[in-house]
Design a protein around this ligand. Structure first.
Ligand code: THU
Length: 135
C-alpha cells in the first residue's frame, strides 16, 4: 500500500473529528488528493432541517475549489469512526466524478473491516455516471 494512500486516510480520520453531526451522530471525514499533490479535507455538516446535510466529500471538494485548486482529483479517502468501509453516497460519487482525472484512474480509499486500507477505482463504484456529450 502506498504511503500517500495511508496518509490520505489519516487526513480523513482527522477531518472526521470536526464533523457537525448532532442529528445522525454519524461523523464522516474526507480527504481529497489532487494532481498538484495538495490535499483538501472536509467533514459532514448537518442542519436542523435534516435534508440540508452536507456530506464530507462534497465539503472537501468545495474547499479545494474555494482555495483555487485547478488540477484534477487523483484519490479520495473517506472515513467514519462509526462504520468500516464508509462508501461515498451517490451524490458524492457524481461530484467526485466531475473533478476526477478520469474514473478509472481516480481512486477511492477506505478502511476495511480488518482496519486495512482498501483501494477501489471511482469507475468500479460509479459506472455510467451522468456526463454531457463531448463534441
Ligand atoms: N454522509 C457523508 O458525509 N458522506 C457520505 O458519502 C454519506 C453520508 C453524512 C451525511 C450525514 O451527515 C451522515 O453522514 C448520515 O447520513
Amino acid at each position: 500500500m502506498s504511503d500517500i494512500y495511508n496518509k490520505l486516510l489519516e487526513e480523513a480520520k482527522s477531518a472526521s473529528k470536526y464533523a457537525y453531526s448532532p442529528y445522525s451522530n454519524f461523523p464522516v471525514g474526507a480527504a481529497v488528493l489532487y494532481e498538484s499533490d495538495k490535499i483538501y479535507t472536509g467533514c459532514n455538516v448537518e442542519n436542523a432541517s435534516y435534508g440540508l446535510a452536507l456530506c464530507a466529500e462534497r465539503n472537501a471538494v468545495s474547499n479545494a475549489i474555494a482555495q483555487g485548486e485547478k488540477t484534477k482529483i487523483k484519490a479520495v479517502a473517506i472515513y467514519s469512526p462509526k462504520q468500516k468501509m464508509c462508501m461515498p453516497c451517490g451524490a458524492c460519487r457524481q461530484w467526485l466524478s466531475e473533478f476526477a482525472l478520469d474514473n478509472k484512474t481516480a481512486k477511492v480509499i477506505l478502511e476495511n473491516k480488518d482496519g486495512e486500507t482498501l483501494v477501489l477505482s471511482l469507475e468500479e463504484i460509479f459506472p455510467y455516471g451522468f456526463k454531457f456529450d463531448e463534441d
